[in-house]
Design a protein around this ligand. Structure first.
Ligand code: ZN
Ligand code: ZN
Length: 150
């Protein structure tokens, strides 16, 4: 299966998933959590979380309880990141244009996911490498794929 197939073609297999932050103030549910997830090595994700972000592209069908406990940080022109005000747990990366959520896999311990994609591979430090066989894309390749109409 090629990159174009995964990103633009077949729908990956999904499950419903539910998780919460460390303190329990926020609960988050995804109706379509893909079993194939991605890692982002970009400098912003690594600065935010202390390491690469492992997250699942869950689309817009995400329900949040306790939204009043979330702080949202405007991290770029195109996306924002939410975290629990009380415990600091990272809750989502959200695309502004379509309100699609990418949810950190660590929030959902019951999902048996597989790491299938790595993006911003060109920003990955040399000091670590994942052993999974993955589709790897540079930041430029990713932007070319998802470039908004100008
Ligand atoms: Zn919390
Ligand atoms: Zn990133």
């Amino acid at each position: 299966m090629g990159i174009s197939c995964h990103y633009a073609g077949t729908m990956p297999q999904t499950t419903s998933a539910s998780g919460s932050c460390l303190c329990g103030a926020v609960t988050i549910k995804a109706a379509q959590f893909p079993l194939q997830v991605g890692a982002c090595h970009c400098t912003t994700c690594r600065n935010w979380g202390g390491g690469p972000l492992l997250a699942a592209a869950c689309g817009a069908e995400v329900t949040i309880d306790g939204a009043g406990n979330i702080s949202v940080f405007d991290s770029s022109e195109w996306a924002e990141r939410g975290f629990c005000k009380t415990c600091g747990t990272h809750l989502f990366y959200r695309i502004k244009a379509n309100q699609h959520y990418h949810l950190p896999v660590g929030l959902f311990p019951e999902v048996a996911f597989t790491l299938a994609n790595e993006v911003f591979i060109d920003e990955k430090p040399e000091g670590y490498t994942f052993a999974n066989e993955t589709n790897k894309m540079t930041g430029a390749e990713l932007f070319a794929l998802f470039a908004p109409p100008s």
